[in-house]
Design a binder for this molecule. Sequence first.
Ligand SMILES: Nc1ncnc2c1ncn2[C@@H]1O[C@H](COP(=O)(O)OP(=O)(O)O)[C@@H](O)[C@H]1O
Ligand SMILES: [Mg+2]
Length: 178
Amino acid sequence: MVEVALSRPSREPVPLPFDGEGLAFGLPTRRATVRLARRLGAALAPGDLILLTGALGAGKTFFVRALARSRGVAGPVTSPSFSLVHHLEGGDLPLIHADLYRLGDPEEVHHLGLRELRDDAAMLVEWGGPHHEDLGGGGIELILSLDAVHGRVASLRPLDDAGRWPHIARALRRAHAR
Ligand SMILES: Nc1ncnc2c1ncn2[C@@H]1O[C@H](COP(=O)(O)OP(=O)(O)O)[C@@H](O)[C@H]1O
Ligand SMILES: [Mg+2]
């Protein structure tokens, strides 16, 4: 008798090979994204910077919402595309959620005071790439992309220097080993 495995899409992030220093995970379901976001969230501390990049609809805001929920933020977590900066309060870690897509002039980052806010909060910035230096540099790039095989793929890598990457990478890997 031939058994046909009707495998369900994974609720776990699926580790994928990554070229160079970094980690990649397939995210075939929303649940898998929530779990990855929760694991990253658990490892974050004030001063951390995550630059989120990915096409419209790739899941950047969804990821930030899941991360914020996991740290106890109960209020709405929506796209900051118009107000640019949201303070996500009520959790056990102050979180800043920004979307700099519409920001043209680098001077504007100074006006927003994001670099200073970073001292006391973990900062999650959509489309922050061009403003990386003005945000204080360092941190981690998280790219979310749509993928024909895995549905979605998240890849994470340290920017500039390793910084807190070893700690964060360990947390993401260890969570998976469990
Ligand atoms: N595996 C997944 N991970 C994240 N989002 C997913 C996934 N599968 C489906 N979605 C849906 O994709 C959409 C992503 O939207 P959003 O987070 O606003 O994207 P972005 O902020 O990148 O433009 C949400 O409606 C979400 O429910
Ligand atoms: Mg968004």
